[in-house]
Design a protein around this ligand. Structure first.
Ligand SMILES: O=P([O-])(O)O[C@H]1O[C@H](COP(=O)(O)O)[C@@H](O)[C@H](O)[C@H]1O
Ligand SMILES: [Mg+2]
Length: 569
């Protein structure tokens, strides 16, 4: 506790604002637990940048923690590119303080002599990724905590290619940041270096989104969409993109269209949670719409609901959306003619069905660690290859490579194109998904996330993952475990034969069991929220589309057995 108290006391100097000092003193005198949680560590970079609860403390998002990161980043940019001509672009979302924190970040960059393009109002994360390349910037920042609860905020950092920072830059930037003290932050702005941007970049982004996502699908006049921005940023882009792609029947959920950091109409602004789309789904039922699309606050995640075989609205998960979008893009590419350098990509915790589909098309398949930054890195590392599309289970998709992060703007348009075209042909989004199951195997997945907050929660998560590793399961739902993939040691071991393989991707705290029948169970700590995640993937054959409901139920039952075997519910 002494070390924590000493760290807290360093925030009592005149460098910190008087109200900050007051709050620290109050915590020292009255709330030891809270003090511990706020000062026991520094904010760290995770799966999607730096993300945490807002407030005073080294383990909180505030102008000092973000200021220090920005100071470190400024030093690194100047060391790498020289003082002259370094340019960055900054965007912010609808969250509380995102605008003022964006301003602070801009001021710190400018105080270091760096030219800053600052969006004048909220914008989507994909637009920021696009803007980095469009404005030929060296880096980009978006102030957002994505889909996290309202008390969170954060900072995603992009590099010259428009992708989030990855090795080696991330490690080098982090050591630069860690070498600084808060007093090193230059807060005194050079306003002449801060230029507000808006319409010109919007226009270029919207045009590029339409160009990449519009495939001139049939049946647009007869296709009804319900759209919700869940109080977030996508309202600045998606309605316009759909309009320019000729969709006229778009109903916007007005109650959720107003940007609001409290997200007052939802429990959580995360399209992964079915409740987030409930208002839009109800509207779709009322007006007989074909599709619901809803995005998270920074508009990189996309939730989709479509009519199932019984004509009811059903939310499709991230794996399912990814399968159908990739299938569509591969078909398009096939019609143009494959050149032989195409690849599709996903992450180690997403559906293995992507690999089955890649094999069927004869295109290369690549797998990355969790996080789109790793998919962005593949594009950067293989400039001769042609990235067709890819995504991950957590409701994220990327269409081509003009935005180097998951992009709910172009993906929304792509989903509408697929569904509209399918409907015009007498099929549907849902039926086409079933066709994919017949062609590539029926894969069904389930994610279990368990939230454990604060310092003690972090310890519990560590323990749960340790137990999962140290007490290996030998069979899952009657099938013997064959492979244990340990991404911390980079070793995959066939426990039936003793064979060992090296895992050729960066180390990470992930453990995956794979059984003889291809069932996969992955466990890892979230890098963006205080959660531990268990990903279950089952599969079987689907001989014909008519058997879909029966086989789907069999896989559901199997998932239930696995959950109870693993004590997960
Ligand atoms: O949260 P977002 O939408 O920025 O998304 C970020 O976090 C997600 C969840 O990561 P984790 O499981 O570590 O929490 C990742 O899948 C995603 O690629 C990353 O960009
Ligand atoms: Mg997001």
């Amino acid at each position: 506790m002494d070390a924590i108290l000493n760290t807290a006391k360093t925030w009592l100097t005149d460098f910190f604002d008087p109200e900050v000092k007051k709050e620290v003193l109050h915590l020292i005198d009255n709330d030891t637990d809270e003090l511990k949680d706020r000062f026991y560590k520094q904010m760290e970079f995770g799966t999607g940048g730096m993300r945490g609860v807002m407030g005073v403390g080294t383990n909180r998002i505030n102008k000092y923690t973000l200021g220090k990161s920005t100071q470190g980043l400024s030093n690194y940019l100047i060391k790498t590119y020289g003082q002259k001509d370094v340019k960055v672009v900054i965007a912010f979302d609808c969250r509380h303080n995102s605008d003022t924190l964006a301003r602070t970040v801009a001021e710190v960059f400018s105080a270091n002599g760096i030219k800053v393009f600052l969006f004048s109002d909220l914008r989507t994360t994909p637009e920021l990724s696009f803007a980095v390349k469009h404005l030929e910037c060296h880096a980009g920042i978006v102030l957002t905590a994505s889909h996290n609860p309202p008390e969170y905020n954060g900072y995603k950092v992009y590099w010259t290619d428009g992708g989030q920072i990855v090795p080696p830059q991330d490690g080098e930037i982090i050591s630069e940041i860690n070498s600084l003290s808060f007093e090193d932050i230059k807060f005194k702005a050079n306003d002449s270096l801060i230029e507000l941007i808006d319409k010109d970049v919007d226009e270029a982004f919207i045009e590029a989104s339409v160009a990449n996502g519009n495939f001139n699908a049939a049946g647009k006049d007869d296709f009804k969409i319900v759209f919700t921005s869940l109080h977030g940023t996508s309202i600045t882009a998606i309605p316009e993109v759909l309009k320019r792609a000729d969709y006229k029947n778009v109903t916007i959920i007005e109650e959720q269209a107003k940007p609001d950091g409290n997200f007052p109409t939802v429990k959580s602004p995360n399209p992964e949670e079915p409740e987030a789309l409930s208002m839009a789904v109800a509207k779709a039922e009322e007006i007989g719409a074909d599709m619901v699309v809803g995005t998270d606050p920074d508009s990189d995640r996309l939730g989709i609901a479509v009519r199932n075989l019984d004509g009811e609205m059903e939310i499709v998960n991230g794996n399912q959306a990814m399968i159908l979008m990739t299938k569509f893009l591969l078909e398009q590419q096939k019609q143009k003619g494959f050149k032989g350098n195409e690849f599709i990509a996903t992450t180690i915790v997403s559906t293995p069905m992507m690999e089955a589909m890649a094999k069927a098309y004869g295109v290369e398949f690549k797998t990355a660690l969790t996080g789109f930054k790793w998919i962005g890195k593949m594009i950067k590392d293989f400039p001769e290859s042609n990235f067709v599309g890819g995504g991950e289970e957590s409701f994220g998709y990327m269409v081509g490579d003009f935005v180097r992060d998951k992009d709910a703007v172009t993906s929304t348009l792509l989903a509408c194109e697929i569904a509209s075209e399918a409907k015009a042909k007498g099929s549907s989004f849902y039926k086409q998904l079933i066709d994919c199951y017949v062609d590539y195997g029926f894969y069904k997945e389930k994610l279990i996330s368990i939230t454990k907050k604060g310092m003690s929660g972090a310890e519990e998560i560590k323990q749960m993952l340790k137990d999962f590793k140290e007490n290996p399961v030998s069979s899952v739902a009657g099938s013997k475990v064959k492979w244990i993939e340990d991404y911390n040691t980079s070793i995959a071991k066939n426990v039936l034969t003793g064979e060992e393989k090296t895992i050729d991707i960066p180390k990470s705290n992930v453990l995956i069991y794979e059984t003889e029948d291809g069932t996969r169970i992955a466990a890892r700590p979230s890098g963006t929220e205080p959660k531990v995640k268990f990903y279950i993937s089952t599969n079987t054959k689907l001989e014909k589309a008519e058997d879909f409901k029966k086989v789907s139920k069999e896989l559901d039952d199997k998932i239930q057995i696995i959950l109870s075997e693993l004590n997960l519910g």
